[in-house]
Design a protein around this ligand. Structure first.
Ligand SMILES: Nc1ncnc2c1ncn2[C@@H]1O[C@H](COP(=O)(O)OP(=O)(O)OP(=O)(O)O)[C@@H](O)[C@H]1O
Length: 235
């Protein structure tokens, strides 16, 4: 579904992504893990169009993504839930979710999507009229995920959904993602620093270090890999 080939990107003269090749099949759950500053968020920004790469290709369902203007990419079915949640603080939970339904598919499926979102995350129904800026971190993350889902995406890209959350809340978010995935045919691409959880939840994973893919494989393979165990799993 998503093919990234030889992607190189930079903000200055130093490349932040170097010759990155990643493939995500339809319906797959793929995690990208790696340390701070490895280029994980830049990868997502390049897919959604916030960053223009120096070279490389990105294809989504066979279409050349880099030839599509960034605002149109959401309409192709690509949703980017950014790092740090970035909810609209002075809008209510419902208004935030509605903001996500701006794609043609999202508008058409709004009622059905809303019902699913509120079933998966009932706390959003309880707090539907509360201003998003007054929610807890975990609740705000659920709003951000719900807003992404409201666009009826085919591919949901989540940038560190566990960031700044207590371990129990982060686990709840990972369980939610697994539940959503099991009940839909959604393709999920997750960027995470919580490597153990990201590997447990995914089918396949890539390790990104200093802008390069240094390892890739099924989650089981990576969980058993000595380098991953030593560097990321503290074993
Ligand atoms: N707007 C920018 N201008 C210049 N450099 C940037 C910019 N955004 C990111 N960088 C640099 O690019 C590198 C990769 O950053 P990026 O945010 O993609 O990493 P990351 O793997 O997502 O890290 P983290 O897990 O800490 O969010 C870092 O060295 C960062 O300082």
């Amino acid at each position: 579904m998503l093919e990234i080939e030889g992607l190189t990107a930079a903000y200055t003269h130093v490349p932040v992504l170097e010759n990155v090749t990643i493939r995500v099949g339809a319906g797959q759950f793929v995690s990208i893990v790696g340390p701070n500053g490895a280029g994980k968020s830049t990868l997502f920004k390049t897919i959604s169009g916030i960053v223009t790469p120096l070279s490389g290709k990105i294809r989504f369902e066979g279409r050349d993504v880099l030839a599509v203007p960034p605002p149109q990419r959401a309409h192709m079915g690509i949703a980017h839930v950014p790092e740090g949640r970035q909810v609209f603080p002075s809008l209510s939970v419902m208004e935030n979710l509605e903001m996500g339904a701006y794609t043609e598919a999202g508008r058409g499926d709004w009622k059905e999507n809303l019902e699913k979102i509120l079933t998966w995350m009932p706390v959003l129904a309880e707090r539907r009229n509360q201003l998003a800026g007054t929610l807890s971190g975990g609740e705000q993350q659920m709003v951000a995920i719900g807003r992404g889902l409201a666009s009826s995406p085919k591919l949901l890209m989540l940038d560190e959904p566990s960031m700044g959350l207590a371990p129990a809340i982060a686990d709840f978010i990972f369980d939610k993602l697994a539940e959503i995935r099991s009940q839909t045919n959604l393709t999920i691409l997750l960027v995470e620093q919580r490597v153990a959880e990201a590997l447990q939840t995914a089918d396949h994973a890539y390790v990104l270090e200093a802008g390069r893919v240094v390892l890739e494989g099924t989650s089981e393979t990576l969980q058993a890999d000595d380098r991953v165990r030593l560097a990321y799993l503290g074993m």
